[in-house]
Design a binder for this molecule. Structure first.
Ligand code: ATP
Length: 318
């Protein structure tokens, strides 16, 4: 029998109350699961709720409703001791490696923060651990006494990764971890993520707006639009046969290196902008930009259902 998923997200909602009765449904009814050892890519345009989803899963934000099960346990029902253990199992790597590293702290202190909070090592064991982590991410132990501003963007992101690894988590949420980096170093950081996953059996939730990149590193992909999950399947199925018109448009925008194939491809160009999440369209939120919109799309939100084995989508076409 297959292993139970390491993470199950069930009907997760995170609504921000902005005053004056205005409610911004940043994450609305999100359901998906991540298997142990896989990379799950979460994609969608800016503002669709990817970061909010990641932050709610790791409990930087409290959920408005819904469930997050980690190793089968509902994380919203954990007592203080188990919550600390949960925090140990799940860590986050942020987009901007400069903003997320305290400029007044040395790299060694930054990396050891989690070790100190969880009281894992002290003295020589602690400094040995920091040296090891620096080596593991392609830096070296002399870097421990330096400050974040002395490093390049790629090196700072390596520090961010070492910090996340310090307490040996099983699961890492990487929120746009390469988008702030030069193109030339993006591949190096992606390769580091891959190597660490292989060596340590890590599971990743990899958040990014760039489907072209995500599909190369993810086993499975979830596509979000205006706070909702619109499609989930394996990278191969998503590439070969995307079901949701929004996914089709994202894929059709990715250039193909082969000019003959590129010529034959039908480009799906979306009309208009993403609607405001404060005032989303009725029914399916994508209908105002969808080339296949029908009458029923304005009337009801299509259920998120398994259309083919392991291939889920929320669209009235299916
Ligand atoms: N703390 C907050 N308070 C109010 N609204 C918020 C807050 N955080 C995010 N939002 C809003 O929630 C929606 C989703 O934002 P989120 O950052 O999760 O999207 P995203 O897909 O990660 O986009 P990006 O890649 O630009 O960060 C946006 O409309 C955003 O303005």
């Amino acid at each position: 029998m297959a292993d139970k998923p390491i993470l199950e997200v069930k009907k997760l909602k995170k609504h921000f109350h902005l005053g004056g009765g205005r409610v911004l449904k940043a994450v609305d009814d999100l359901s998906f699961a991540i298997n142990r050892g896989e990379t799950f890519g979460l994609v969608g345009e800016s503002g669709c709720g990817k970061s909010t989803a990641g932050r709610t899963i790791i409990r930087l934000y409290e959920a408005t409703s819904g469930e997050v099960l980690f190793n089968g346990e509902n994380i919203h029902k954990l007592n203080a001791k188990n919550k600390l253990q949960y925090n140990r199992n799940m860590q986050m790597v942020f987009q901007d490696p400069y903003a997320s590293l305290d400029p007044r702290m040395t790299i060694g202190k930054i990396i050891a923060e989690g070790i100190d909070i969880h009281k894992l090592y002290t003295g020589k064991q602690r400094s040995d651990r920091v040296s090891q982590l620096l080596n593991d991410v392609g830096l070296n132990e002399e870097h421990a006494g330096r400050f974040p501003h002395e490093f390049s963007g790629g090196q700072r992101q390596r520090v961010g990764i070492a910090r996340a690894l310090a307490i040996e988590p099983q699961f890492i949420i990487a929120d746009e971890p390469i988008s702030a980096l030069d193109v030339s170093v993006q591949a190096q950081v992606v390769n580091l993520f891959k190597k660490l996953q292989k060596d340590r059996g890590l599971t990743y939730l990899f958040i990014a707006h760039d489907l072209a990149m995500v599909r190369h590193i993810s086993d499975r992909i979830g596509v979000m639009y205006l706070g909702k999950m619109v499609e989930v399947t394996t990278s191969e199925k998503l590439n070969a046969k995307p079901l949701h018109p929004y996914t089709q448009s994202l894929l059709s925008a990715i250039p193909i290196p082969d000019p003959d194939v590129q010529k034959k491809r039908v480009r799906v160009i979306l009309q208009g902008e993403v609607p405001s999440p404060l005032n989303p369209p009725s029914g399916c939120p994508f209908r105002t930009r969808c080339p296949h919109a029908m009458k029923e799309c304005a009337e009801s939100m299509p259920p998120f259902k398994e259309v083919e084995t392991g291939h889920y989508t929320a669209c009235h076409l299916y």
